[in-house]
Design a protein around this ligand. Structure first.
Ligand code: ADP
Length: 454
């Protein structure tokens, strides 16, 4: 078993991993930027090391500073969390070269799955449906136009190395494609250091459904149910639920089978997620995320298991067959991502000092957060300040519990997205499960129409 784990991350996920380490009796080392000196992860870990200034490139993305911190503190493993270096194959490789276990897949698996066009090719070669479009990166605009005319507009230009809902442009005509092609390439280069893009059909009202995978080093690969993450703003998830509502059993079994096929093909070890878009009863593979996801707690709640602990155990060489062979899910779980943003001002980030704080509690209510009264939300990072998770026997009860939990929540000093979440949770279409990835656009339009008509 590992003796000491360095957590190459910040915020709630750093705390979440520290908790798992404590329960496994493993020492933990926090790293922090100058902006995070007063962050809880620096206090709750056994040791804490400053790795640089607030700018991520110089701290949380600074591989040499993180490796030095791990060597200095004698860590035998690094947990990357999500975001930052979690899907950088170079980081996984460098950890290995320094005899430090990377709690994530090896660099070749990350390379394969992190490259969306390679991942599409692999899925397709296994007979798994992919969205019509190019498998290889586009060579020029003529090829882009020709493919778009074959698959028919609307189409979406996507960065081969894209992630986090960024690096995508929807186009409806040849003109729009021509106007956006170079912009998409230069955005991809700036954000992901890779200007390759590809094009696929844009599905207008799909559902985003994903499958949780966990596997060990003994070729045991398990699926831990599915999550519906269709409630998105700008292609970024804000509410997730498990299991997916109204998913036909044969389709559910089919995406589980396909997810296992993919994980098997790349000798996957640890926690991962295979993502699909559903267009009616047709589904398509979109990508595999080779890390723990933000929304992992909803799966933990319904399966009553600790995914981070199991992920650590898998990488430490434990056999997981006793944990997952006959595991069943129970009830329904929902997660609301709480961000410090102003929903009345185009979701403008709202950093600043939290002057007063009260989180909800009670049976089936979980809060994963790093904030406290007096904490200053820095402007330098993602604006997520908490995840509120509810668990109940039915979806209906779970929504009601979330409404009650959010109503109890007091966060003063910064604006939060909570009022917007409450609008969604009280909306009849949401309650009836009548939604897709376009839901928030429709909800906003509905509100504008009501406002305009007084
Ligand atoms: P990222 O890696 O940036 O998260 P994904 O490929 O996982 O990107 O897509 C994120 C979201 O973008 C999806 O959940 C979906 O809402 C939207 N999306 C991506 N591709 C398509 C597509 N072809 N048609 C419609 N929506 C898409």
């Amino acid at each position: 078993m590992f003796k000491k784990i360095l957590i190459a991350n910040r915020g709630e996920i750093a705390l979440r991993i520290i908790r798992a380490c404590k329960e496994l009796d493993i020492k933990s080392v926090a790293v922090y930027s100058e902006a995070d000196e007063l962050s809880l992860h620096t206090k709750f870990a056994d040791e804490a090391i400053c790795i640089g200034p607030s700018i991520p490139k110089k701290s949380y993305l600074n591989i040499s500073a993180i490796i030095s911190a791990a060597e200095l503190t004698d860590c035998d493993a690094i947990h990357p969390g999500y975001g930052f270096l979690s899907e950088k194959s170079e980081f996984s490789k460098i950890c290995l070269e320094h005899n430090i276990n990377f709690i994530g897949p090896d660099s070749s698996t990350i390379d394969l799955m992190g490259n969306k066009s390679e991942a599409r090719k692999l899925a397709s070669s296994l007979g798994i449906p992919i969205i019509p479009g190019t498998k290889d990166p586009l060579s020029d605009i003529d090829e882009a136009v020709s493919v778009a005319n074959q698959i028919k507009y609307p189409a979406i230009i996507k960065a081969v190395s894209g992630g986090g809902g960024k690096g995508m442009r929807i186009v409806n005509s040849d003109d729009e494609l021509i106007n956006n092609y170079e912009i998409a390439k230069s955005e991809a280069l700036n954000s992901f250091n890779d200007d390759q893009v590809y094009i696929e059909k844009y599905l207008q009202n799909p559902r985003h459904i994903e499958v949780q995978i966990i596997s060990d080093k003994f070729e045991n690969i398990y699926t831990l149910g599915d999550r519906d993450c269709s409630i998105q703003r700008n292609h970024q998830k804000i509410i997730e639920e498990a299991p997916s509502f109204n998913l036909k059993d044969d389709l559910r079994q089919s995406i589980y089978k396909d997810s296992i096929k993919i994980a098997k093909e790349c000798n996957y070890v640890g926690a991962g997620t295979v993502e699909f878009l559903f267009d009616g009863d047709n589904y398509y593979f979109i990508e595999m995320n080779t890390r723990i996801q933000v929304e992992h707690p909803i799966t933990e709640m319904i399966f009553s298991t600790d995914l981070i602990k199991k992920q650590i155990l898998a990488h430490a060489g434990e056999n997981l067959s006793n944990d997952f062979k006959n595991i069943n899910s129970k009830g329904h779980s929902i997660e609301c991502r709480i961000t410090a943003e102003d929903p009345d001002n185009n979701f403008m980030p709202s950093p600043g000092k939290i002057t007063s704080l009260h989180f909800p509690g009670g049976l089936g209510v979980r809060v994963d957060s790093h904030i406290y009264a007096g904490y200053r939300v820095p402007p330098n990072y993602d604006s997520m300040i908490a995840k509120i998770i509810t668990h109940a026997n039915t979806r209906e009860e779970c929504i009601q519990k979330m409404i009650s939990a959010l109503s109890e929540c007091v966060v003063e000093g910064v604006k939060t997205i909570i009022p917007f979440h409450l609008k969604i949770l009280n909306d009849l279409d949401y309650k009836n499960g009548n939604f897709n990835t376009n839901y928030i656009n429709i909800l906003t339009q509905k509100k504008e129409t009501i406002d305009a008509s007084g």
